[in-house]
Design a protein around this ligand. Structure first.
Ligand SMILES: [Zn+2]
Ligand SMILES: [Zn+2]
Ligand SMILES: [Zn+2]
Length: 783
């Protein structure tokens, strides 16, 4: 800063000193150097330091300059920072000269925040590809505006010795940048270069290091010949293969034992993404955020991507490079599109450690590109989609974790363990809930280990000691069982929350609603208060409780869990419940004579045929009949294909009829939403030779109409006009869009998720909202 740029103080101007407390994501994101620069430019004296909830700033100068500083503080915020609140207090003048950045301890307790991992920023990318730069082609360059954070941090405070960069002492050049408040790398904890930082090397299928002058170039040579490479990234290893090479993609599927589930594809940049997908502006914005999620977008017919990447659906999961190493792969013109999928066998947690990768990926990868910067937190790529014009998270992980999501009111320290599939737990304290990364299915021990490891880390990170433990009502969930044991060891109270109550409450909490509202919980599987499996629910919902107003008619699931993996079973049962004769039901569902007899008996006797009101199962059943989809390879496959086949059909197709049976439209006696007329009309259309796409569209419209009519009845009974939609079926774009449009046409105010997932990944957040409300109300309750 030069002398001339400092303002000359005029005599009539009043001097003042202010304390400015900023809460939000303001640590480890270049906020202090930003404030330092602002203060210099405005000619203000003072100091800044990290504190418990954010940063504390003190500024001293003329009222005019202080006011200008406060305006710019908000408007010029660094790219990775987020301001949740600013509190300004008066202080006495000190006559201080100059502005300084002070150590955390000066201002009180150590800081608690760790930012999320962020994609390589444009400045770093320029250096990476500049032959004159000292970091030319260095695979680990970063600065305060980008780089790994969450995945390299062991504990707080977020400082280099507490990260996996601890073992790389900075060289003098890096140290200079690190110490200079005007440098982009001031206090950039993972700062490194060729001289002092981590390195990459190549390892063969046998686990032995392969000598190569340029390991990245050697990796590219193998990729372009169709080999499967295990590449260590930010949150774990990826398995990478040329996405335009059919044979290579099939070989990856076989080795990974993952047959149907779509694979994500990474391409060089936004222009390249436009050549494989038809992108809307919102999708382009989502693709280029610092979180760089996988975005599910409409695949172009001429994409050139191998058919085996996403068989049977019109979408493709596409994403852009977010680490320097990935940018280097795509800097080679021969690399156009790479399948980049989490390195694991189906449903296991992603591999992060070099040794672990060598063992677990033996027989899958042809070679490994490894590095020596340890990954301390497993973190998959996040997955998002634009649903009804707005971004929706299908999997919340890298780039979003551990950012807090606001709650409508203060919560005591809580742990909510989430559900069973796609588990995500949530820790709450004060105004925020911190969700874990996507942990996968808690069906096996490796899943549970990942859960425990992540919980310990987040509790440490946010210094949260839970005072109560929240779990799903389902007694059979591994998460429920674990929660009970953990709470007992610590003498903590337990709160059980019904699955769909948590879904709807999550949506409400995101919008600051305490209710009551009309909740639509449209979902796959959730344990109901009557011991049956719910999932097609109209719930009059408060944060602290709910009444069941209407639900889909119960249908048996012949074979229990097996009926989820084999939709033909659901189809047979649903057709029988709709009053269609056994012979026709067998023909339509694709059951042979023997199978039909067994199922008929199960349904009649109610043996191993639990009852469900799940909309997800109705989708499965219809997909089995319309698409002949007998078995599924991954969760919700049948429903996703049914939505996919209708993708070009207009929204205004007349819906199949829905009936209401029993009940009396008040919450004491829920009305049952019957799909019987829908099935009869659908079967007639099928027999008349109507296109499967048209039938799928009419089915979606019928479901939406049925729930909209039930919602209208709920408004008549309660006077409520706000509708919160949640549950895994809300991932279905057509359904979400139709519901919103039809509800708004009837003047409802409609709320949807944006920060937590509507699927089971958002369950932990909803559980926190419910438990916090219950605890708050208990405190108020008069005897
Ligand atoms: Zn950068
Ligand atoms: Zn260095
Ligand atoms: Zn659910």
């Amino acid at each position: 800063m030069t002398e001339e740029s400092k303002p000359i103080r005029k005599q009539h101007e009043a001097l003042l000193r202010r304390q400015v407390q900023v809460c939000g994501v303001v640590q480890g994101v270049g906020f202090r150097p930003f404030v330092y620069r602002l203060a210099q430019e405005e000619g203000l004296a003072g100091l800044i330091g990290n504190d418990t909830d954010g940063v504390t700033i003190e500024i001293e100068g003329t009222d005019e300059r202080v006011a200008a500083f406060l305006v710019r503080l908000r408007s010029e915020i660094p790219p990775l920072a987020r301001i949740d609140s600013i509190a300004v207090r008066e202080l006495a003048l000190t006559g201080q000269v100059g502005f300084q950045i002070v150590a955390s301890e000066v201002i009180g307790r150590v800081s608690t925040g760790i930012p999320a991992d962020a994609a390589t920023c444009p400045d770093c990318l320029r250096e990476l590809l500049d032959p004159a730069d000292r970091r030319y082609r260095y695979p680990f360059l970063n600065c305060t505006n980008c780089g790994p954070r969450f995945t390299i941090t062991r504990r707080i405070p977020y400082d280099r010795p507490q990260t996996s960069m601890a073992k790389f002492p900075m060289c003098p050049a890096c140290q200079c940048e690190y110490d200079d408040p005007s440098n982009r790398r001031f206090h950039a904890q993972p700062n490194a270069c060729w001289v002092c930082g981590p390195r990459v090397w190549m390892v063969g299928a046998d686990g032995e290091e392969i000598a190569a002058d340029d390991a990245v170039a050697a990796c590219i040579d193998r990729l372009v010949t169709g080999e499967i490479m295990a590449i260590k990234g930010i949150g774990g290893f990826h398995l990478a293969v040329d996405a335009t090479n059919d044979a290579a993609v099939m070989r990856l599927r076989e080795r990974k034992r993952r047959y149907g589930k779509p694979l994500a594809v990474m391409v060089r940049d936004l222009d390249a993404a436009r050549t494989v997908c038809e992108l809307m502006a919102v999708e382009e914005a989502l693709l280029t955020t610092a979180a760089r999620p996988i975005v599910l977008a409409r695949r172009r017919k001429d994409s050139g991507i191998a058919d085996g990447v996403a068989p049977g659906i019109p979408w493709l999961g596409v994403f852009l490079p977010y680490a320097p190493l990935q940018h280097l792969l795509f800097a080679d013109a021969r690399v156009r599109a790479l399948v980049m999928t989490s390195a694991n066998l189906s449903e296991e947690p992603i591999a992060i450690d070099n040794e672990e990768a060598r063992t677990r990926l033996r027989g899958i990868a042809d070679a490994f590109l490894m590095h020596d910067r340890e990954i301390l937190q497993r973190c998959d790529d996040s997955v998002a989609a634009v649903v009804d014009g707005a971004p929706q998270l299908l999997r919340r992980a890298r780039g979003f974790v551990p950012l807090g999501v606001a709650l409508p009111f203060d919560a005591p320290p809580l742990l909510a363990v989430g559900g069973h599939l796609k588990n995500v737990f949530a820790l709450a304290r004060g105004r925020f809930a911190y969700q874990s990364q996507h942990l996968g299915d808690l069906e096996n021990l490796s899943g549970l280990e990942f859960f425990k490891e992540s919980l310990e880390h987040l509790m440490r990170t946010f210094e949260i000691e839970p005072q109560a433990v929240v779990h799903d009502l389902h007694p059979g969930y591994l998460s429920t069982e674990w929660a009970k044991g953990w709470a007992q060891e610590r003498g903590l109270p337990l709160i059980a929350v019904q699955h769909h109550h948590a879904h709807v409450a999550g949506c409400m909490a995101e919008h600051g609603l305490e209710g009551p509202v009309i909740g639509l919980a449209l979902d796959g599987t959730g344990y109901g208060t009557d011991g049956k499996i719910w999932g097609g629910e109209v719930l009059i919902t408060r944060l602290d409780g709910f009444d069941r107003f209407a639900h889909l008619e119960y249908v048996p699931m012949p074979g229990g869990e097996k009926a989820i993996k084999e939709p033909w079973r659901m189809a047979f049962a649903a057709l029988r419940v709709a009053g269609i004769d056994a012979e026709s039901a067998a023909a339509l569902s694709g059951a042979n004579e023997q199978e039909a007899r067994v199922l008929e008996r199960m349904i009649e006797r109610g043996v191993n045929a639990p009852l469900t009101s799940s909309l997800g199962r109705l989708f499965d059943a219809v997909a089995a009949v319309v698409l002949n989809r007998r078995v599924v390879d991954y969760e919700a496959q049948a429903a996703i294909e049914l939505e996919g086949i209708a993708v070009d059909e207009a929204d205004d197709q007349p819906g199949y009829a829905i009936d209401f049976v029993g009940g009396n439209w008040d919450a004491s006696d829920p009305v049952r939403i019957s799909a019987a007329p829908l099935w009869h009309e659908l079967v007639n259309d099928l027999r008349a030779g109507m296109s499967r796409a048209r039938i799928a569209a009419r089915f979606h419209a019928g479901v939406a109409d049925g729930f909209v009519q039930a919602t209208v009845h709920a408004r008549m009974a309660t006077g409520l006009n706000r509708v919160a939609m949640s549950g895994g079926c809300i991932h279905n774009r057509r359904l979400a869009r139709l519901l919103r449009v039809k509800l708004e046409a009837k003047a409802f105010e409609v709320f949807q998720h944006s920060q937590a997932s509507p699927g089971d990944g958002g369950l932990g957040y909803g559980q926190v909202a419910v438990a916090a409300a219950i605890l708050a109300n208990h405190g108020d309750k008069k005897p």
